[in-house]
Design a protein around this ligand. Structure first.
Ligand code: GLU
Length: 519
């Protein structure tokens, strides 16, 4: 029987979610939604040493911001679900709360000969490691060393059974079979084979904290949660043989999920994994949201840098996947329609910060003036600009929308539509504010002030240009003098646009000011 598609994103709350992690979540989400399946979030927090407070909340908030909303694992208020219900039948979804589940599975493996108890202390293992390294060998706990170590395979039964009762620091280790070729299928990479002779006996469960390690918890939960496909980062590919063997050892191969390992996001130069340091060095975020660590160190986030979530999702989708044609802009809904793992590339995807900005610019162009105005008003308020009509801000936004990449750019592009310039760019003034130009510009200003028609760009622009042209004045120089008065620089919007926005009175004030300052 065809099983319902169920995939999961299984982050460990060890810090802020890297954008590569968001991409993994996104591909899982797209895969599930396309098939009418379920997208589940499971928090893998069994490694208490790497636990970072706030990381879980951050991860969920980041996914939420992107519109990657889970069907199971997180409730409507954004909390990881702790109690099973009809909608969340597999709760709890936090592995630390599933603690009692795992021990029986570890013991089942021991009983069936797939795992064993190990009693070596950290000191004993360190001594063994040092001894082997002194002989130029590397130590792994596995097929060649296990019989010389302290475990239920090497020790007499009575002895290890006593230790099992009396000590509370033993572990369960997987007994890696010798010299077996594990044959695996990856939905992106195809057929993969690994010989077990190089693999160690991984710890699966620890008596000390009664917790499973990642490998055991991951396999048990994927099985219990009826996961059909595991889509995750390629750093987990080396663990795949162990995971295959665990499914086999449990007798779960019939329902074993299919696997897809996603390649890394690479630095802009293509050399190595994209890291936070690259972001700091080259000036772009690698995290979806801003993150402040326990030392108060701030890492920038796409959200705080002014990216739209739709743009962020779109740019992530294109990092490692393509639709097979030139189209680059896709909404989340469109991605659900056309995404396919077959079109995910095997090689790493190089991050390009300019391209990331390009996506945002494209989304900003598509936004409605009303929405952008909503976003811009708080920016204006933060600059101390209040009491301006919404209609005025909308006009400004519609004039500069095409020129901006981020909403924050609006201010840099046209702050002069809200505050008069008090200084003039020296180089521009030196170039244009010369007597032979400004005497003409001041006459053009008088023409504008005397203009009697309705004061709109359409009414003013033609007659103003006609006036300058009929006098045979140099158009560019005259306009640039006027722009200097209105903007404080020789670049900016068209004169008629500025004048009709700020109005006649303000125009007159700015002309008086430049006269008093520069003439
Ligand atoms: N907890 C693992 C991680 O943080 C999940 C790996 C997996 O998806 O199997 O990457």
């Amino acid at each position: 029987m065809e099983r319902k598609t169920r995939v999961r994103f299984a982050p460990s709350p060890t810090g802020p979610l890297h954008m590569g992690g968001v991409r993994t979540a996104l591909y899982n989400y797209l895969f599930a939604k396309q098939r009418g399946g379920d997208f589940i979030i499971r928090i893998e927090d069994t490694d208490s040493q790497r636990f970072v407070p706030g990381a879980e909340k951050y991860i969920i908030e980041a996914l939420n911001w992107c519109g990657i909303v889970p069907d199971e694992g997180v409730d409507a208020s954004g909390n990881v679900v702790e109690t099973a219900s009809e909608r969340h039948p597999h709760a709890p979804y936090r592995q630390s709360q599933r603690k009692p589940i795992y021990r029986q599975y570890a013991e089942q493996l021991v009983e069936n000969g797939y795992a064993y108890y190990a009693f070596d202390t950290a000191e004993e293992l360190n001594a063994k490691r040092a001894e082997m390294e002194a002989q130029g060998q590397t130590f792994i706990y596995g097929q060649t060393t296990r019989m010389g170590l302290r475990n239920s395979l090497s020790m007499p039964e009575a002895e290890w059974k006593e230790l099992l009762e009396t000590r509370n620091d033993w572990t369960v280790r997987f007994k890696m079979p010798e010299n077996r070729v594990v044959e695996m299928e990856d939905l992106i990479r195809g057929h993969v084979e690994v010989n077990t002779s190089t693999l160690d006996d991984k710890v699966l469960w620890k008596r000390a904290d009664e917790l499973p390690t990642y490998h055991l918890a991951n396999i048990v939960d994927d099985h219990l949660m009826e996961i059909t496909e595991v889509i995750r980062g390629e750093e987990w590919l080396p663990s795949l043989p162990l995971h295959y063997l665990l499914y086999e050892a449990f007798g779960w191969t019939e329902t074993q999920p299919r696997f897809a390992h996603l390649s890394l996001l690479l630095k802009p130069d293509g050399k190595g994994k994209l890291s936070k340091r690259d972001g700091d060095r080259l000036g772009f975020p690698v995290f979806p949201l801003q993150w402040v660590n326990s030392e108060g160190e701030v890492s920038r986030g796409y959200r705080e840098d002014g990216y739209f979530p739709e743009a962020f999702v779109n740019l992530l989708a294109m990092l490692g996947w393509n639709p097979g044609n030139d189209q680059e802009l896709f909404t989340l809904e469109e991605l659900v329609e056309i995404f396919s793992l077959e079109r995910v590339v095997k090689s790493g995807a190089r991050f390009n910060a300019d391209k990331a900005k390009w996506f945002n610019k494209e989304y900003l162009r598509k936004k409605s003036v009303a929405e952008l105005t909503d976003l811009y008003i708080p920016v204006l308020e933060s600059k101390g600009i209040t009491g301006i009509s919404r209609e005025y801000v909308e006009k400004v936004v519609s004039l500069i929308q095409e020129r901006a990449t981020f909403v924050a750019d609006f201010w840099d592009i046209a702050s002069y539509l809200f505050v008069a310039p008090t200084t003039f760019v020296e180089k521009d003034a030196a170039k244009f504010w010369k007597e032979e130009n400004y005497t003409l510009a001041l006459q053009a200003a008088d023409f504008i002030l005397a203009f009697e028609g309705e004061f709109t760009k359409e009414n003013l622009e033609g007659p103003l240009e006609e006036y300058i042209r009929s006098n045979e004045w140099p158009m560019g120089k005259v306009m640039n003098c006027l722009r200097l008065a209105l903007v404080g620089a020789s670049s900016g919007l068209g004169i008629a646009d500025i004048v009709t926005l700020i109005g006649k009175e303000e125009f007159a004030r700015r002309i008086e000011y430049i006269k008093a300052t520069l003439c």
